[in-house]
Write a protein that binds this ligand. Structure first.
Ligand code: SAM
Length: 205
């Protein structure tokens, strides 16, 4: 890991993810989590203040120890005990069918193998459990998509592996989820970076 990845990138991620538009989405979607919750890609812990009292245990998974240290400062804002899991989402260190809710916000863009990670999220979800997602990804507009494809190779290098052009809804469905609710559209900011997929999915039976 170089100096940029260790010292600068975690602070850049924290700064970029604190935008007001993102906070509004966190407030709306994180409140839907309940029971035993796994948050994949906890980052600097910006979702922690929005979990409600219906959350009993929160597993906070992230491979980045630097971001973890930042998230730890926010643990007291969560209503339930938080257990950190130093792991990659493709190999979640939890039992099959042990979790009621999986949360992923602005993370599927970065995980090296998002389909494998989503398949493992499905594995740990109980029957009837829900995946709650707020993610950015591929735009349906050919002009914007062309920019997403052009920018992704450089963007990945400065953004810790972030891809602009992933088809989030297809990834979720291909991993064995039924999408129960989804909103797609641009949020505020440059179009290649702000096409959002937000919603709820359940383990397909
Ligand atoms: C843009 S940040 C978003 C952080 C947080 N979810 C939020 O909403 O503020 C992307 C996150 O994905 C995490 N990440 C990267 N690779 C991962 C992997 N293989 N498994 C799980 N998380 C990963 C990063 O460490 C980082 O915390």
């Amino acid at each position: 890991m170089n100096v940029y990845e260790k010292y600068i990138l975690p602070r850049l991620i924290h700064w970029a993810m604190r935008r007001e538009v993102a906070t509004a989405e966190r407030r709306k979607f994180i409140a839907l989590a309940s029971g035993t919750v796994l948050e994949v890609g906890i980052g600097s812990g910006l979702n922690l203040p929005f979990y409600g009292p219906q959350v009993q245990t929160l597993y906070a998974l992230d491979p980045s120890r630097e971001l973890w240290k930042m998230a730890r400062q926010r643990v007291r804002e969560a209503p339930s005990p938080v257990e950190f899991l130093a792991a990659s989402a493709e190999h979640i260190p939890l039992e099959d069918m042990s979790v009621d809710t999986v949360i992923t916000t602005w993370t599927l863009c970065t995980i090296p193998n998002p389909l494998k990670a989503l398949t493992d999220m499905r594995r740990v979800l109980k029957p009837g459990g829900r995946l709650i997602f707020v993610e950015h990804g591929r735009s349906p507009d050919p002009g914007v998509l062309a920019w997403q494809n052009r920018l992704t190779p450089v963007w990945k290098r400065i953004g810790g592996g972030c891809h602009l052009n992933r088809q989030i809804d297809d990834l979720i469905a291909n991993a064995g989820f039924d999408i129960a609710q989804i909103e797609r559209g641009y949020s505020r900011g440059p179009k290649p970076m702000t096409y959002l997929y937000k919603g709820l999915a359940q383990r397909a039976s």
